[in-house]
Design a protein. Structure first.
Length: 420
């Protein structure tokens, strides 16, 4: 493909992400928030399916709510290269975290289709539903279903902030928790998984590189933490006699930060959500719940950090006479990308006259789950200032165009590597 065409493809991919950044593709009128199984998710899927069909794909929605577009290879029914990313977003999100990877996959197929090019494998573009976990406390149910690692029990008791369970949300979509496992793909149907994603960090920009090759994805743990104190009157409860759940939670949050700072490693730990009950000006808080996210490149670093955080929570509980309970809701091991695919992707990046910078992803991606099904590869695209999970997130049309060129080159190299 000549560069004028990939430039146009990149511009279209960015424009489509922008188009999906507002209502009805957002559940919020004031910014972008697209939650799994929400009306905005449905609207975005419908639009995407239309774009997929125009690019030459047949579309379907699987038992886990994922939208899949399929472009056949040299004959019908060949195993597929999966190219995917996610359609859901965080609250007050940027427009490219997730959707850009899907749009770039569509652009690759559109280019192949326009050229009448068929590969010795099919290509399927997958728009996953819940990589972020912004509606329910855990995430990646939809890619876990495809990878065949989602057991129905994992959905039990998981509910959003309005008390709607995953099972009920699926039912509202005409799907069922009891059949979600039917989304699982057989390993023999799939040859590899490729995900393109904005870097969400500053390295590529700092080094003047449009693209990067991911070597692996950091390990993650998520907990839901509950602090139980005793609600009381704000005017009549003397300070020494209080069991304030919020001040205890505040100490816990500072302990989270301290453990990660003191570790002197790549350990990062975050409390991003907190709920205070009963939540009134004149009531000493009786209960606080908050999220805890702990990550590191190595499983062991993450686990040692998480254990120390939980030990400090116990110390806060003992000192303040409150109960602190942490429930693990997600455990995703560090996920190395496939060494052979890393090499092919590096060659494809180099073919665009870009030094193939290799880097680890601190952000989570569906690729880390898909590794249970097939070899994985990830391409990073430079983003402005490394800003992400923020409406100021930006990626350029030119970089998106170079990404399409590199992905098409990777696809051809994969064909050659498979002996065709
Ligand atoms: C998703 O962006 C995550 O890393 O949690
Ligand atoms: Mn994200
Ligand atoms: Mn993402």
């Amino acid at each position: 493909m000549v560069s004028a065409q990939t430039d146009a493809a990149g511009a279209r991919a960015i424009a489509r992400c922008d188009a999906l950044g507002v209502a009805p593709y957002s559940d919020s009128e004031t910014g972008l928030y697209r939650a799994w199984l929400s009306p905005a998710h449905a609207a975005a899927q419908e639009q995407l399916a239309d774009w997929m069909r125009h690019a030459g794909m047949d579309t379907r929605v699987d038992a886990a709510s994922n939208l899949i577009g399929r472009y056949e290879g040299t004959s019908t029914g060949l195993p597929a290269l999966l190219i995917g990313s996610h359609l859901d977003s965080v609250r007050d999100a940027g427009r490219y975290d997730g959707p850009l990877g899907i749009m770039l996959g569509i652009e690759c197929v559109a280019a192949l289709h326009a050229a009448g090019r068929r590969l010795p494998f099919a290509i399927e573009v997958i728009a996953f539903g819940d990589e972020e976990g912004s509606r329910f406390p855990a995430s990646m149910f939809t890619s876990r279903a495809v990878a065949g690692t989602l057991i129905e029990d994992a959905l039990e008791g998981v509910a959003d902030a309005n008390g709607i369970s995953v099972a009920e949300a699926l039912q509202d979509w005409g799907l069922a928790a009891s059949t979600i496992h039917q989304a699982a793909r057989a390993p023999e149907e799939v040859i590899a998984y490729l995900e393109a994603h904005i870097e969400q960090g500053p390295v590529l920009e700092a080094e003047g590189l449009a693209l990067g090759v991911v070597t692996g994805i950091a390990a993650q743990l998520r907990f839901e933490v509950s602090v139980r104190g005793r609600a009381g009157h704000a005017g009549t409860s003397p300070m020494p006699l209080r069991f304030d759940a919020l001040t205890a939670a505040a100490e816990c949050v500072l302990a989270v930060e301290a453990v990660a700072r003191e570790a002197g490693s790549d350990l990062v730990a975050t409390v991003g959500r907190m709920q205070v009950e009963p939540g009134a000006t004149n009531v000493v808080p009786g209960r606080v719940t908050f999220s805890l996210d702990v990550r590191a490149g190595e499983n062991a670093t993450r686990d040692v950090g998480a254990a120390e955080i939980l030990r400090r929570f116990d110390a806060v509980a003992a000192a303040r006479g409150v109960r602190v309970e942490a429930t693990k809701v997600q455990d995703l091991a560090a996920s190395p990308c496939d060494t052979h695919l890393i090499e092919l992707l590096a060659q494809a990046v180099e073919a665009q006259d870009i030094a193939p910078r290799r880097l680890v992803s601190g952000a989570g991606h569906d690729a880390m789950v898909m590794r249970a099904l097939c070899p994985t590869a990830m391409l990073f695209i430079r983003c402005d200032g490394g800003i992400s999970h923020n409406p100021a997130e930006r990626a350029s049309a030119a970089d998106a165009g170079v990404a399409v060129a590199a992905m098409l080159d990777f696809i051809e190299r994969l064909g050659v590597a498979r002996g065709n």
